[in-house]
Unconditional design. Structure first.
Length: 358
């Protein structure tokens, strides 16, 4: 409980926040000025490219981010291809969470981890799924093209300063081979990936029967809780922060909604929320949820006038369900590991006993 109000020993990431805000605001703002804000919100899926590698030298980010963009666009393509069938959509999320978990953790890509790949696949699937299946029914190819445009614009935000000679001299970089020497999946990391896939499977199977408002919100909450650490204490803290931060973030959204954000005011609000998220996320995860939650709700309600209560209630329920699934999968995994260790103990002691008898 004390962790909710404590700040971790980490820097305030002002540069990362500014870059994330610009990467999001550029596509959304451009399409808003053209009178097509919904297209800008779709293009914003590609803007998550700019969130990766924030601690690296700029030249190294210029080398890394095309690979991240390709991964995000592959996730979007899978989401689109599987959108026509509920079972295929669930299978898609399982595949993306498994691949993203193994690759991101195995190559130690760093924050924000596998979650953004799962998010892009899930959102792309929902936006292009038929209305009869609870989707929006948008054209899949257009959505993918808009996401590619968003990724290109976010890459431009990151590499544009390299046009200045002083910036190039100040951050020569180390090269990707030095930063990511090879794939390595130690046991603790493998356990993280397995837990994430297990939680996604349970979330996919249970979210609809239990009345989730948006199934992918359940999936994302489960992944967010489990992706950061194999530690029991840190996983519980993460789940607590997810729930409390979401509830408090809803209050921020309701206050923001009183301003009736639309047009460029909505773009400015999204940019501020995205930027503040990146500034504080390393210091306190619950504080970051204070901005992530209204940003997600604003995305969900822009262009849909009317009562926001169903969306808000859905966000709370889906967060509680996803966090509960994550903790349930974690504790089940812990129990199985202890059981396995207990049954293996006699086998490890047998040679010693045999030596004693001899």
């Amino acid at each position: 409980m004390r962790s909710l109000v404590q700040l971790q020993q980490a820097p305030w990431r002002w540069q990362a926040g500014l870059e994330a805000a610009l990467a999001l605001g550029l596509p959304v703002g451009l399409f808003t000025l053209l009178g097509q804000q919904p297209l800008g919100l779709q293009a914003a899926l590609g803007s998550f490219t700019a969130l990766y590698g924030a601690s690296l030298a700029r030249i190294d980010r210029a080398r890394l981010l095309p690979l991240v963009a390709v991964g995000l666009l592959l996730a979007a393509a899978l989401g689109v291809l599987c959108a026509g069938n509920l079972w295929l959509t669930g299978a898609c999320l399982l595949v993306v969470s498994g691949l993203a978990g193994v690759l991101v953790l195995g190559y130690r890509l760093g924050p924000p981890g596998p979650m953004m790949f799962v998010l892009v696949a899930a959102v792309a699937g929902r936006l292009t799924a038929p209305v009869a299946l609870g989707g929006v029914g948008l054209p899949g190819l257009r959505l993918w093209g808009l996401a590619a445009l968003g990724a290109a614009l976010s890459y431009l935000v990151i590499v544009a300063p390299l046009a200045l000679p002083t910036v190039r001299r100040r951050s020569p970089g180390q090269g990707l081979k030095a930063l990511f020497p090879g794939f390595k999946l130690p046991p603790d990391t493998a356990v993280l990936a397995v837990r994430m896939v297990g939680a996604v499977l349970v979330a996919v199977l249970l979210s609809r029967p239990l009345g989730a408002y948006r199934s992918y919100w359940v999936v994302l909450s489960a992944v967010a809780v489990l992706q950061s650490s194999p530690s029991r204490r840190l996983t519980i803290i993460r789940g607590l922060h997810r729930v409390v931060g979401t509830v408090l973030g809803i209050l921020v959204f309701e206050a923001l909604w009183l301003l009736h954000p639309a047009g460029m005011l909505a773009v400015a609000a999204l940019m501020v929320l995205q930027g503040l998220t990146e500034v504080v996320v390393a210091r306190n995860y619950a504080l970051a949820l204070l901005f992530i939650t209204p940003m997600a709700l604003l995305n969900a309600t822009l262009g849909h006038p009317g009562a926001t209560l169903p969306t808000v209630q859905g966000r709370v329920f889906d967060t509680l369900l996803g966090s509960g699934i994550a903790l349930g999968v974690f504790w089940l995994g812990e129990a199985l590991l202890h059981l396995r260790a207990g049954t293996a103990e006699p086998d490890r002691q047998e040679p010693e006993e045999a030596k004693g008898k001899a």
